[in-house]
Design a protein around this ligand. Structure first.
Ligand code: F6R
Length: 277
C-alpha cells in the first residue's frame, strides 16, 4: 500500500517534470552530509591508496584536469604514480595540471621552486606534455596580472576535475594561511611564520626560505569538481580535527572544505587520531 502511494507520487512528479530535480537534490543532500575518509595504518599505504585513486580518475578521463600540491606528503603518491606509468603504462599524455602555488621570487629552474619539485618528482618521469603543465610564475613582473591569467587558464581548461591537497600544521591549504579574511581567487600572500619554519627543512639556511608566495585562493579550490586531501603524522592531527569537526572558520582554512560536496581525506592513523568518523 505504502509502496504504491510512493510510486504514484513519483509518477505524478514525473508527469509534471519534477522527477529529475528531486533525485538531484536528494543526491546533493546525501553527498553534503559527510566528508569521506580513507584511513591507512602507515604513510606508505596512504600514498598507495591515493595514487590508485588518482590513477583510476586518469583512466576514467584521460584528459582529466588535475590540481597538484608539493611538499613532503605527496612524494609517496607521486612515486607510485611514476611506477604505475613505467610498469603499467599509466598514460599522462592528455592529462592537464595546475599546481596550487609557487614561492615568490623563485624562477622555475631554482632547485627549491615548486616547479622544479614537480619536475623531479613527477613530470620528468611520466609522459605528460609540457604544454599541459600550468604554474603560477614566481617571477612574473606583474604578479596580480599573473594571478588573473591563471584563473582564466583554469576556466579555459574547463575547470579542475580533481584537486589534490596537502594541509599545513596550521590548517592552510595551498598557501591560504589562517587569517581574519581569506581571498577567493589566486593572489599574493605573506607566509605565516609556522609555514616558513616548516619549509625551512628544504633549504640550506633559514635566510633563504621565501616569505611570500603566490597561491590559488580558497574559491579556486572550492570550485574544483572533486577534492582529495592527504595528511600524515601526528603534527597534522589538530589541523585534520579542525577540518572535520563541523565548524567552518577562516582561522583554519581547510575547514572550508566542509562546504564542498565531494571531498575525500586520505589519512594515516596518526593524522586521523582525533577524527570522529
Ligand atoms: C604545497 C601546498 C601546501 C602543503 C602543506 C603541507 O603546494 O600547497 O599547502 O600541502 O604545507 O606540506 P607538507 O606535505 O610538506 O607537510
Amino acid at each position: 500500500m505504502e509502496v504504491n502511494r510512493k510510486k504514484r507520487y513519483y509518477l505524478k512528479m514525473k508527469e509534471v517534470g519534477l522527477n529529475w530535480r528531486i533525485t538531484r537534490i536528494g543526491n546533493l543532500k546525501k553527498e553534503r552530509v559527510k566528508l569521506k575518509y580513507v584511513v591507512s595504518n602507515t604513510y606508505d599505504q596512504m600514498s598507495l591508496k591515493a595514487a590508485k585513486y588518482v590513477a583510476d580518475a586518469i583512466k576514467a578521463k584521460p584528459g582529466i584536469v588535475l590540481g597538484l600540491p608539493t611538499g613532503g606528503t605527496p612524494i609517496g603518491m607521486y612515486k607510485e604514480l611514476v611506477r604505475m606509468h613505467k610498469e603499467e603504462g599509466l598514460d599522462f599524455s592528455q592529462v592537464k595540471t595546475f599546481n596550487l602555488d609557487e614561492y615568490l621570487g623563485l624562477a622555475g629552474d631554482h632547485n627549491q621552486s615548486y616547479r622544479y619539485f614537480m619536475k623531479s618528482n613527477l613530470f620528468s618521469q611520466v609522459n605528460i606534455q609540457e604544454r599541459n603543465i600550468n604554474f603560477l610564475s614566481g617571477i612574473a613582473s606583474d604578479p596580480i596580472a599573473e594571478c588573473k591569467r591563471y584563473e582564466e587558464a583554469i576556466v579555459a581548461a574547463g575547470g579542475i576535475d580533481l584537486m589534490i591537497l596537502g594541509i599545513g600544521v596550521n590548517g592552510h591549504i595551498g598557501f591560504n594561511e589562517p587569517a581574519k579574511e581569506l581571498k577567493a581567487n589566486s593572489h599574493l600572500i605573506d607566509l605565516a611564520q609556522s609555514t616558513i619554519d616548516a619549509n625551512a627543512r628544504f633549504f640550506d639556511n633559514k635566510e633563504e626560505v621565501p616569505t611570500r608566495a603566490i597561491t590559488m585562493g580558497v574559491g579556486s579550490i572550492l570550485r574544483c569538481k572533486e577534492i582529495i586531501l592527504l595528511a600524515s603524522g601526528k603534527s597534522k592531527e589538530d589541523a585534520i580535527d579542525g577540518t572535520t569537526n563541523g565548524v567552518v572558520t577562516t582561522d583554519l582554512p581547510a575547514s572550508l572544505l566542509q562546504l564542498h560536496s565531494d571531498v575525500t581525506l586520505f589519512l594515516d592513523d596518526e593524522a586521523a587520531a582525533k577524527v570522529d568518523r
